[in-house]
Design a protein around this ligand. Structure first.
Ligand SMILES: [Zn+2]
Length: 412
């Protein structure tokens, strides 16, 4: 079988998809179920149908585009990623795995390959946490990692619930019906940009993921006492921002002191009320993002943060509320998927790196119901989630070729 990726068409489609954006180019903003995202989804569905695939959407908006295999009853070989994008993002995150998946299927069809198992492109809905505060909503529901009731109660910043938003987007049916039966997949492979600098540093075009790190996130609210910046003397203060500052540094210190490079902790949001120059901060909202490849170590870090919260609250006489948004386990990529990827690389004489995914992806959740794996390609300087995100045409085409070859191996 001679597999050829239509690189020009793939790149042209990447550029077209980037025009569905609420930001000025080169930035891409495509928040799930906004009118812009809806247009992008319709455009993508038309591309899938044009490639001869049968398209369906589930009640949360995951899009499935199927190429029927010789044995349509056999478990499916899946590939895919997401097309939603955080505000002011780039055009490659997720999109490479979706349009690359489509290009891989087209190449297999052109080459005359006939799969035994059906091959299906999956476009995950609401991968980014931008709208509903929780990432990977689509794959969490597909894998049963999030209960439908809990999902439907999530709200966006306008107070609209998941149910209201998805109905407005024309999606009907119950969230209970999103979960896939165990045994639905024979295997699942996601192609994605690395979102880190390691492949580029190693001057290697392909990365085979061994393990996906365990993410957790918390929302912390600190309530102190406000007052006049001149009138309230220092001994009488309950400054919420000073307590937050101490907590943020304690979190950094706790993450550094595990001694493992794989432990990372980030406070990415710090909202201060009332936010006036002459007013003592009365309230602060923080978000904490923790990740580790080792679940026990990640959980120990969470306990350390918890103890710090208790002691700070007493010491500074402020009340601190913590809300756990998610605490997910890490995942090992399936040996058979890794083998399909590495055999495909060897077949084409491409070097690859075995690596850990420190960002999390829909594959983390799909791995709970299917043998799953991921293939990374480099992105310039490791930049992602910013407008200057870039992956080279050669790397995109090479990743897509290895994806196509692997899909063939898994579905033959
Ligand atoms: Zn992504």
């Amino acid at each position: 079988m001679k597999l050829e990726i239509d690189q020009d068409r793939l790149l042209a489609e990447l550029e077209t998809l980037a025009t569905f954006s609420d930001a000025e180019p080169p930035a891409v903003t495509r928040v799930v179920f906004t009118p812009t995202d809806q247009k992008a989804r319709a455009w993508l569905i038309a591309r899938c149908e044009g490639a001869g695939l049968k398209v369906r959407q589930d009640p949360i908006g995951n899009i499935f585009a199927r190429w029927n295999g010789a044995d349509p009853e056999a478990p499916v070989v899946g590939t895919g990623s997401h097309i939603d994008a955080i505000p002011n993002a780039g055009k490659y995150d997720g999109v490479v795995g979706v349009l690359g998946g489509l290009a891989a299927i087209r190449a297999l069809r052109r080459a005359g390959f006939q799969p035994r198992n059906s091959v299906e492109l999956l476009v995950f809905a609401t991968e980014e946490p931008t709208r509903f505060g929780v990432g990977c909503l689509g794959s969490r529901l597909l894998s049963g990692s999030l209960l439908p009731d809990a999902a439907s109660q999530l709200r966006d910043s306008h107070g609209e619930s998941v149910d209201e938003v998805r109905k407005k987007a024309g999606l009907s049916g119950k969230l209970e019906d999103v979960k896939l039966s165990s045994g639905y997949y024979k295997a699942f492979v996601e192609l994605h940009i690395e979102q880190g600098p390691l492949l580029e540093r190693a001057q290697t075009s392909l990365g085979i993921v061994m393990r996906i790190a365990a993410p957790a996130s918390l929302r912390i609210s600190i309530e102190g006492a406000g007052g006049h910046a001149g009138g309230v003397l220092m001994p009488d203060r309950k400054d919420a921002l000073c307590a937050a500052a101490e907590l943020i540094l304690a979190i950094e210190n706790a993450a550094r002191s595990t001694g493992a490079v794989d432990t990372v902790a980030t406070v990415g949001v710090c909202e201060v009320f009332p936010g006036a120059v002459n007013s003592i901060p009365s309230r602060v909202h923080l978000t904490v993002d923790l990740r580790d490849t080792d679940l026990a170590r990640r959980d120990k870090l969470m306990q350390t943060i918890n103890r710090t919260v208790q002691s700070l609250s007493t010491k500074r006489q402020v009340s601190i509320c913590q809300e756990l948004l998610n605490a997910d386990a890490p995942a090992d990529c399936a040996p058979e998927v890794r083998a399909a990827l590495s055999d495909s690389c060897r077949e084409h004489g491409f070097q690859f790196l075995e690596m850990i995914s420190r960002a999390y992806h829909d594959s983390l959740f799909i791995s709970r119901i299917a043998p799953a794996g991921m293939l990374f390609i480099p992105c310039r300087n490791g930049y992602s989630h910013r407008p200057d995100e870039f992956a080279s045409p050669e790397d995109i085409a090479r990743g897509t070729l290895i994806l196509a070859e692997s899909l063939a191996r898994l579905s033959a």
